[in-house]
Design a protein around this ligand. Structure first.
Ligand SMILES: *[C@@H]1O[C@H](CO)[C@@H](O)[C@H](O)[C@H]1NC(C)=O
Ligand SMILES: *[C@@H]1O[C@H](CO)[C@@H](O)[C@H](O)[C@H]1NC(C)=O
Length: 341
């Protein structure tokens, strides 16, 4: 009897283990691995979490050596950012960019599948914005000199780069962002690389719940909510994506795709706008949206994938909603159930 139980246990363990090990990575789904916490699991445990849930893409905000080492041979695709404060140096010369790359990226290139290298995060609009394009150009030279054709250079921008964004067809880049954005999108256009954008319907809803509908913010509206000429929108996420397409088109750029580098909904920190149930609804619908891999009303033919923000609740971020965007607690248990497959 005991032996049978042990054999059954072993079989169960093997089966579960096998299931975990072979969960297919969803390359349409990414999750940002933010590290602003003093109670987070080891990078090795974090990589296992990505594997257990079949999350195919990892976004790192800076080239953390331990995280990159843990990602070696993991089968994940990695989007890697430079620190914003390194942009001026990287943009100063190709030699400086090469020194940065050799110290931070080169040691990992053979074992880590780096698909995007992002010159900073949410730098435009701002004082460091003028360093983004030179940094991208210098990184391109370095990557080309090594023959790393799989690494695309890009940058991550917030919706505050848009002046007007509603209705989408009226969208333009803001005066503060335009000078930097035009150079960036022309560079991306000539290389066939996408722009990365961070979009948060949560903040639009929370700041104006009277005019911004919850169902429109959460992908739960059952029909069109916003009509923009011939195009109708049932969710704010896609309306913002199209606003970026329109803003680029007004600068004569029509061939740059968009990747969503961050989107999410906090589970706490702002009363009844931030419950686990609301966060679950938004994030699960976002996973479905990325898995559907369909385009937007303006560009139905263009695929769209992206990253949820973020993997963990991060206790060293500003108090309030900022600490509560995680899908998981630092002990790796889920804040609410979410399915990636
Ligand atoms: C890295 O990711 C790219 C993009 O999906 C893919 O084409 C390539 O096969 C991957 N390389 C490895 C070694 O997994
Ligand atoms: C939050 O509470 C306010 C006031 O009771 C209510 O009007 C609003 O609909 C609630 N919002 C959500 C998302 O439950």
């Amino acid at each position: 009897m005991a032996l049978v139980n042990i054999i059954l246990m072993l079989l169960t363990f093997t089966f579960v283990h096998h299931q975990i090990a072979t969960t297919e990575a969803r390359l349409d789904i990414g999750v940002c691995y933010g590290m602003i916490g003093d109670n987070l699991p080891s990078p090795a445990a974090v990589v296992q979490l990505y594997q257990r849930y079949g999350i195919g893409k990892v976004r790192l905000f800076d080239p953390n050596p331990d995280a990159l080492a843990a990602l070696r041979g993991s089968g994940r695709e990695v989007t890697l950012g430079t620190k914003n404060q390194d942009l001026q140096n990287i943009g100063s010369s190709v030699a400086a960019a090469k020194a940065w790359f050799d110290a931070n990226v080169q040691p990992y290139v053979s074992g880590v599948n780096i698909t995007y290298l992002s010159a900073g995060n949410e730098v435009v609009p701002g004082d460091l914005g003028r360093y983004v394009l030179p940094a991208m150009q210098n990184l391109q030279s370095v990557v080309n000199s090594y023959g790393y054709s799989g690494i695309k250079i890009t940058t991550v921008v917030p919706t505050s780069t848009l002046g007007t964004s509603y209705p989408p067809s009226q969208a333009t880049f803001s005066d503060a962002a335009r000078a930097d954005m035009v150079g960036i999108i022309k560079f991306l256009s000539s290389n066939g690389w996408p722009l990365m954008i961070n979009i948060y319907p949560y903040f639009a809803y929370a700041s104006d719940p009277v005019n911004v509908r919850l169902d429109y913010s959460q992908f739960t509206a059952t029909g069109p909510v916003v009509q923009d000429g011939p195009l109708s929108y049932s969710n704010l996420h896609d309306a913002v994506v199209d606003a970026f397409y329109w803003a680029m088109e007004k600068e004569g750029v029509t061939n740059v795709d968009l990747v969503i580098s961050e989107s999410g909904w906090p589970s706490a920190g702002n009363g009844n706008f931030t419950t686990p149930a609301l966060a679950q609804t938004y994030n699960q619908n976002l996973v479905k949206r990325y898995q559907a891999n369909t385009g937007t009303p303006k560009h139905p033919d263009r695929s769209m994938g992206g990253f949820l923000f973020a993997l963990f609740n991060e206790n060293q971020k500003p108090a309030g909603v900022e600490q509560n965007f995680g899908l998981f607690y630092p002990n790796t248990s889920p804040v609410y159930p979410i399915y990636f497959n």
